[in-house]
Ligand binder design. Structure first.
Ligand SMILES: C[C@@]1(CC(=O)O)C2=NC(=C\c3[nH]c(c(CCC(=O)O)c3CC(=O)O)Cc3[nH]c(c(CC(=O)O)c3CCC(=O)O)/C=C3\N/C(=C\2)[C@@H](CCC(=O)O)[C@]3(C)CC(=O)O)/[C@H]1CCC(=O)O
Ligand SMILES: NC(=O)c1ccc[n+]([C@@H]2O[C@H](COP(=O)([O-])OP(=O)(O)OC[C@H]3O[C@@H](n4cnc5c(N)ncnc54)[C@H](O)[C@@H]3O)[C@@H](O)[C@H]2O)c1
Length: 191
């Protein structure tokens, strides 16, 4: 079944990453752009993860996973190199009101990580529904090069218009025209 693309508010959401290797590190780096309420639990951690823990004052627990460790968290990322334990943890998460992502098992993911571009208020998320993460990554690299760096300045202007102009058809038309003109200029390399 296809995944519904949504942007999740992380406010008041407690995140637990299980695992302390390369993939846990990649997921951590991405999550840190959106929240710092992240706890890590693992038998061991890479030096880079330990640096990120210190830099962002994150909580961490150095131990082997035991049943019950996921209790109290809202979002669980299972980034261990033990696939059968990933599945067991996913099944365990179903007893709790939380969302789980297992890095090796798309079938055991309530959500998947997209490849994404973030430039100020603009976020573009790319997913291949798990079919080809390598393609998602390379499409992200391609799009990153063509999206103008000053796009957030344009968005700030649009935000101001939406704040100051009265709601209604005239405002809708005006905003649509501004957006259309910005993209036309971008196409003509005039930005
Ligand atoms: C996008 C990105 C986001 C992120 O990680 O934040 C992400 N994977 C990235 C990179 C990447 N992952 C893998 C490669 C090697 C090449 C390849 O396999 O293609 C590369 C490329 C590289 O690293 O160069 C291997 C891999 N990945 C998964 C499996 C398990 C499986 O498929 O069964 C295996 C096999 C493991 C093995 O066999 O060892 C599973 C998932 N990986 C996803 C996301 C989700 C689906 C996203 C989608 O819908 O496309 C999903 C389902 C679950 C999840 O992780 O949430 C990030 C790029 C970030 C960026 O740079 O922009
Ligand atoms: N989804 C993706 O994007 C993606 C991409 C590539 C690889 N993978 C998969 O991700 C998994 C992790 O890869 P990695 O390179 O980070 O591995 P790794 O060996 O570097 O790290 C595994 C970590 O899990 C911890 N761990 C293992 N069993 C544990 C347990 N019972 N309790 C607590 N901690 C435990 C280890 O201590 C280690 O820190 C692999 O199975 C790999 O196939 C996923």
């Amino acid at each position: 079944m296809a995944y519904f693309p949504a942007f999740i508010k992380f406010e008041k959401k407690r995140v637990l990453i299980i695992g302390g290797g390369i993939i846990a590190q990649e997921k951590l780096v991405h999550l840190l752009e959106f929240t710092s309420d992240i706890t890590l639990l693992s038998k061991d951690f890479t030096e880079n993860i330990l640096d990120l823990i210190t830099l962002n004052s994150l909580k961490y627990i150095k131990k082997e996973y035991e049943i019950g460790d996921i209790k109290g968290y809202d979002i669980i990322i299972v980034a261990i190199d033990d696939i059968s334990l990933q599945e067991k943890i996913y099944i365990e998460t179903k007893k709790f009101n939380c969302l789980c992502n297992c890095v090796d098992l798309p079938n055991c993911c309530d959500f998947i990580f997209p490849s994404y571009i973030k430039k100020g208020d603009l976020t573009i998320a790319i997913s291949t529904s798990g079919t080809s993460p390598a393609f998602a990554k390379n499409l992200r690299i391609y799009l990153e090069k063509i999206i103008p760096n000053n796009v957030n300045e344009f968005l700030k202007k649009m935000k101001e218009y939406r704040k100051t102009m009265p709601k209604g058809k005239d405002r809708m038309k005006f905003l649509d025209k501004q957006a259309k003109e910005y993209i036309e200029k971008w196409n003509k390399n005039e930005i």
